[in-house]
Design a protein around this ligand. Structure first.
Ligand code: ADP
Ligand code: MG
Length: 292
């Protein structure tokens, strides 16, 4: 492309809330064959609400919630924030745990009043030898509604389940169908479990789902698509997404996301939703045909 056509293209992008960091990104966007969309905060709003509190021990619902709030207080994860916010509304005291450890991709561990409290995935429970088999049907029922279920234990005892639901952004489904119409293969990537991921994916028309991907493995997944010969875009908002954004042929950051994601990306979508991606690819196509 000529410097002039690139300048015009970049300017048009900026007018539409698409901030392109360099000429090569505008040139690469029309070559894309595949696009990988992060789930939480990219396809969905990333502001989950607590929907279910299910005690499984002799703790009352209120006590279970209060304990969850303490365990999650120091976590920066959106799921933790949902629990803390909900607890505050219900009048839980938000006091510090005695100790706290985040376990990325799994959950949290906290010491509270001499007990070791875990909140997180089925895998977290299994790896700590906490029996959960009898709960699977109940958990799967919630996941089929698109909810994310967190299991909670105290020492070896199962305490209960907490479920949260996140809603898809207004423009997500339309953007996915337009990306498909442009001939792109659309993927969802998430640390969440398969059922929840597939339910959300189905709501926006995505068939290809990479689930239970640990934060540090997102970049590897993008790289393995590239090794298949695909030209891959990654779209994300989180700190976890930064390595994948950097390794992708074109990295798109959601403008309402974290600074780390924006810094790692090639293009920032200031509107905060997926509609800018379609516009950016069309702009790239227009820019490249103008100069041929
Ligand atoms: P994502 O943000 O895509 O859901 P993560 O890798 O951050 O992916 O988390 C994967 C899963 O681990 C979550 O869906 C949740 O079940 C569990 N998890 C992570 N952090 C927490 C937390 N602070 N509290 C409870 N569960 C958590
Ligand atoms: Mg995200």
């Amino acid at each position: 492309a000529t410097p002039t056509s690139i300048m015009v293209g970049t300017g048009k992008g900026a007018e539409n809330g698409i901030l392109i960091k360099g000429a090569e990104h505008l040139e690469n966007a029309h070559k894309l064959t595949s696009i990988v969309l992060d789930k939480t905060g990219t396809i969905t709003k990333g502001e989950p609400d607590v929907t279910d509190i299910i005690p499984l021990s002799d703790l009352a619902e209120k006590e279970l919630l209060a304990l969850a709030v303490r365990a999650e207080k120091k976590s920066e994860h959106p799921l933790a924030q949902a629990i803390v916010k909900f607890g505050q509304i219900r009048g839980s005291a938000v006091t510090d745990p005695d100790s706290f450890t985040a376990i990325p991709g799994y959950g949290v561990e906290a010491a509270i009043e001499g007990k070791r409290i875990l909140v997180g995935t089925r895998k977290l429970m299994r790896e700590n030898d906490i029996a959960i088999d009898a709960l699977i049907p109940q958990i799967e029922g919630l996941e089929e509604q698109g909810k994310t279920v967190m299991l909670m234990s105290s020492d070896k005892e199962m305490l209960g389940l907490l479920a949260v639901a996140d809603t898809v952004k207004e423009h997500s489904a339309k953007a996915v169908s337009e990306l498909k119409a442009l001939g792109l293969e659309v993927w969802m990537i998430t640390g969440d479990n398969e059922r929840t991921a597939r339910t959300i994916a189905a709501q926006v028309g995505i068939e290809h789902v990479m689930f239970e991907v640990l934060p540090e493995h997102k970049a590897q997944k993008v790289e393995s698509l590239r090794k298949e010969g695909k030209v891959v875009a990654m779209v994300g908002d989180g700190i976890n997404d930064a390595p994948a954004l950097a390794i992708a042929d074109v990295g798109f950051a959601i403008g309402t996301g974290t600074d780390v994601a924006i810094e790692a990306a090639d293009i920032t979508l200031m509107r905060g939703d997926l509609s800018g991606i379609v516009a950016a690819i069309k702009l790239s196509k227009a820019t490249m045909t103008n100069i041929k």
